[in-house]
Ligand binder design. Structure first.
Ligand SMILES: [Zn+2]
Length: 72
């Protein structure tokens, strides 16, 4: 698709497979201003097998801007 190498799903955390953490740098996606879907990987076994969407910081992990934290 993009030609970007996807991480090995066996090395990903539950948070990364559940779209909570960046699949590349593990940052909490809620903390970055933009994110992007980088691809899908198969995860789980048997009846629990599914395709997990992998999300990452955008435009890249190195340049992603932090979301401004609104005053609580
Ligand atoms: Zn990242």
């Amino acid at each position: 698709m993009t030609g970007e190498a996807l991480p090995d799903p066996a090395t990903l955390t539950a948070g990364q497979l559940d779209e909570l953490n960046c699949a590349l740098c593990c940052r909490l996606l809620a903390d970055v201003l933009d994110d992007r879907m980088i691809g899908k990987v198969p995860t789980g076994t048997g009846p629990r097998r599914r395709m997990a969407e992998l999300w990452a910081c955008a435009p890249t992990c190195a340049t992603a801007r932090r979301r401004q934290v609104r005053g609580a």
